[in-house]
Write a protein that binds this ligand. Structure first.
Ligand SMILES: C[S@@+](CC[C@H](N)C(=O)[O-])C[C@H]1O[C@@H](n2cnc3c(N)ncnc32)[C@H](O)[C@@H]1O
Length: 277
């Protein structure tokens, strides 16, 4: 591991989430999550996003965690730089690498995402799943800067817990609900009503920000930050990445809520120079 990739303890501010992924949490990480309602969906999206890559292409995965996508990378014949701050998660990932027959095609690197830099091998894409909800407000810019410094043109970024009132995407989700065969007319009307109510609250409701950007209830670990989608996008834009596409998680349980609130989302961000914009 390059020393340049890791800031010294005195330089770096810890993300609370990073300390969580040790020992038994690492050992049980997948067993406790792989039956949840969005795990399989996220795997399908990664498989879908990687379909245009060629056998032998290099990608980066940060945070690689336990290497949950190794079978997918093997299927696409990719070479992978897997980066994570937790030694215990990387130990689990190395078992996956061997099981997927990827030994020699995957490099596992222990590093802080906020310390990444151009010394990383050129990657065709960066996969970044389930990281930003662990990153505090004050660390967000540093982590995004680090992710953007990994030399890749495209970032597939998964985010949790966003309120998203982009008109095109809200309309898309409402149309999806109205056309859904999974729910009856009454629930469809409730969904549209709740969406209108949420939109109204967002447009004319109190503008006072919540004192802390931390969920009281969370299902993931001790620390979950809900960065608004607009903040995530503007932070990546400051580092040259702009959203080109997005995938929403939509299912029956989602349709019990409202369109501006969904649980897991994958953004496709592309690097562009100011002249391209
Ligand atoms: C919820 S897991 C996600 C792992 C994998 N991407 C997935 O989707 O299963 C979060 C991972 O982020 C890692 N992590 C937390 N803070 C980090 C940081 N600052 N730099 C690199 N990795 C970090 C943790 O060690 C953990 O493995």
């Amino acid at each position: 591991m390059s020393d340049k990739l890791v800031k010294t303890e005195s330089e770096r501010e810890h993300s609370p989430g990073e300390k969580f992924y040790t020992r038994e949490v690492a050992a049980q990480y997948e067993a406790l999550r792989q039956n949840d309602r969005y795990w399989a969906w996220e795997n399908e999206i990664v498989d879908h996003c990687l379909r245009t890559f060629q056998v032998g292409d290099q990608i980066a995965d940060c945070p690689v965690g336990t290497g949950r996508f190794m079978d997918i990378y093997a299927r696409h014949g990719l070479r992978v730089a897997g980066i994570d701050i937790s030694r215990d998660m990387l130990d689990e990932a190395s078992k996956k690498v061997a099981a997927a027959g990827l030994t020699g095609r995957v490099e596992l690197i222990q590093a802080d995402a906020s310390g990444m830099g151009l010394e990383q091998a050129l990657a065709k894409a960066l996969i970044c799943f389930r990281l930003l909800h662990l990153i505090s407000d004050s660390n967000l810019n540093g982590v995004v800067k680090g992710l953007a410094a990994i030399p890749s043109q495209t970032i597939f970024l998964q985010v949790f817990n966003v309120k998203d009132f982009n008109p095109g995407r809200v309309a898309g989700r409402v149309l999806h609900a109205l056309g859904s065969g999974e729910i009856g007319v009454v629930r469809k009307l409730k969904y549209v009503y709740r969406t209108m109510r949420a939109l109204g609250a967002a447009l004319i409701g109190p503008k006072k920000a919540a004192p802390a950007n931390q969920h009281k209830q969370n299902t993931f670990c001790d620390v979950t930050y809900a960065h608004p989608l607009s903040r995530i996008l503007s932070t990546f834009a400051q580092h040259g990445f702009h959203m080109k596409d997005s995938f929403d998680f939509r299912d029956n349980a989602h349709l019990m809520g409202e369109s501006g609130c969904h649980i897991s989302m994958v953004l496709v961000l592309q690097k562009s120079s100011p002249l391209d914009r």
